[in-house]
Design a protein around this ligand. Structure first.
Ligand code: IPM
Ligand code: MG
Length: 360
C-alpha cells in the first residue's frame, strides 16, 4: 500500500532524527511491501525563518491532506534566539499548538517503559524499580489551560495576567474513551488524574470519566490527585498501566515519567484525533546544544514512526518489526551518547539509524 507522510523535521536535532526515522521507515516499507511518499513541511523556527510565522495555513492544509505527520522537534534556546523576540503566538512552540488544534488531535499518547538493558540509567533505587514499569500517559491535548482565554492587563497600576482552564463534558468524554480503549488492549487499569479537591474542571472531569467507565466494566478505574500522582511516579511507578489526565497535568507528568525511564531520548508519542490522521513525534525537545553533531538519539523518533504505522496505517507487522529491531540493537550493546554505559558500544545518530534499519 501507499501512504502519504508529511515530514516536519523542525529545528535543532529535528532534521537529523527525522532523517533516521525515514531511513528505518523505508526499510520497513521495502520489507513489507509498502511505499511511503514524503512531503517535507516547515514548522517552528524553520518556518519563521522562511515565512515569518511558525505555521502557515498552507502547511496545515498539506498536513491535513496527508495520511500522517511525522515530526522531529521545534524550538530553540529561549534566551538567545531571535525566534523568541516576538509575541508568544509567533514563537516556534505556537506552531506545534496550532497544528495539534488545527488537526483536531485531542489525544496525546505517551508510553513510558523501562528497558531492562537501561535499568542503570533509571535514577530510581533498585527497590523502587522492582520489576520495572510499563505505562501509557493519555494526555488531553487541545483543551484546558493551553487553549483557554488568556490576557495580561493592568488594573489600577497593577499588572495581572489571566489564563483560563476550561473543559466541557464532550472534550472530557472523548479523551476518556481513548484511555479506556487503550486500557482494553493492555492491563485494563486506568488511573484518572485530576485536582478535584480544588478545581471545578477536575470535578467535572471525574464525573464524566466515571460515566465513561460504565461502558468498560472490565477496566478498573481509580482517581488520583495530581500532586499524589507526581509522588507515586517516583515511589511506585510499577502500579500504573494507563494514566488519563488533562493537558497541563499531562505535560508535567509525562516529563516526569520519561525521566524515570532514564532516557527521554527513547520515548515516542502519538497525537490522535477522531479519525486515522495522527501526528507522531518524540517526547523530547529540539536539543539545540547538540544539533548537527551526530550525537542525538534517533530512537524516540524511530519508535514514533512505528506508532504511526500501528495507529494511522494499521501496519502492525511493520511496527512490530521496527520495535523488535530497536530492542535487538539495544540488546547488542549499542548506545547513543545519552544512554552510553560501561561495556557498551557508542553509536552516532546516523549509525544508530543504520543499525536499526539493518535489523529489519
Ligand atoms: C510537549 C511540550 C509542548 C507542550 C510545548 C513545547 C508547547 O512541552 O509536547 O510536552 O507543552 O505541549
Ligand atoms: Mg512537555
Amino acid at each position: 500500500m501507499e501512504f502519504k507522510v508529511a515530514l516536519i523535521p523542525g529545528d535543532g536535532i529535528g532534521p537529523e532524527i527525522v532523517g533516521e526515522a525515514r531511513k528505518v521507515l523505508d526499510r520497513a516499507g521495502e520489507k513489507f511491501g509498502h511505499r511511503f511518499i514524503y512531503k517535507e513541511l516547515l514548522m517552528g523556527g524553520a518556518s519563521i525563518d522562511v515565512h515569518g510565522v511558525p505555521l502557515t495555513d498552507e502547511t496545515l492544509q498539506e498536513a491535513q491532506a496527508s495520511d500522517a505527520v511525522l515530526l522531529g522537534a521545534v524550538g530553540g534556546n529561549v534566551g538567545n534566539s531571535r525566534w523568541y523576540d516576538v509575541a508568544p503566538n509567533l514563537r516556534p512552540e505556537a506552531g506545534l499548538l496550532a497544528i495539534r488544534k488545527g488537526l483536531g488531535l485531542f489525544a496525546n499518547i505517551r508510553p513510558a517503559y523501562l528497558y531492562q538493558e537501561l535499568n542503570e540509567a533509571c535514577p530510581l533505587k533498585k527497590e523502587v524499580i522492582g520489576d520495572g514499569f510499563d505505562m501509557v500517559i493519555v494526555r488531553e491535548l487541545t483543551g484546558g489551560l493551553y487553549f483557554g482565554k488568556r490576557y495580561t492587563e493592568e488594573v489600577d497600576g497593577v499588572k495581572r495576567a489571566v489564563d483560563t482552564l476550561v473543559y466541557d463534558e464532550n472534550e472530557i468524554r472523548r479523551i476518556a474513551v481513548k484511555a479506556f480503549e487503550i486500557a482494553m488492549k493492555r492491563k485494563k487499569n486506568v488511573v484518572s488524574v485530576d485536582k478535584a479537591n480544588v478545581l471545578d474542571s477536575s470535578r467535572l472531569w471525574r464525573a464524566v470519566v466515571e460515566e465513561v467507565a460504565k461502558d468498560y466494566p472490565e477496566v478498573t478505574l481509580s482517581h488520583m490527585l495530581v500532586d499524589n500522582c507526581a509522588m507515586q511516579l517516583v515511589m511506585n511507578p510499577g502500579q500504573f498501566d494507563v494514566i488519563l489526565t488533562e493537558n497541563m497535568f499531562g505535560d508535567i507528568l509525562s516529563d516526569e515519567a520519561s525521566m524515570i525511564t532514564g532516557s527521554i531520548g527513547m520515548l515516542s508519542s502519538a497525537s490522535l484525533g477522531a479519525g486515522k490522521l495522527g501526528l507522531y513525534e518524540p517526547s523530547h525537545g529540539s536539543a539545540p546544544d547538540i544539533a548537527g553533531k551526530n550525537l542525538a538519539n534517533p530512537i524516540a523518533t524511530i519508535l514514533s514512526a512505528a506508532m504511526m504505522l500501528r495507529y494511522s496505517f494499521d501496519l502492525d507487522e511493520a511496527a512490530d518489526a521496527i520495535e523488535a529491531a530497536v530492542q535487538k540493537v539495544i540488546s547488542a550493546g549499542w548506545r547513543t551518547a545519552d544512554i552510553m554505559a560501561e561495556g557498551c558500544r557508542q553509536a552516532g545518530t546516523k549509525e544508530m539509524g543504520d543499525l536499526i534499519a539493518a535489523e529489519i
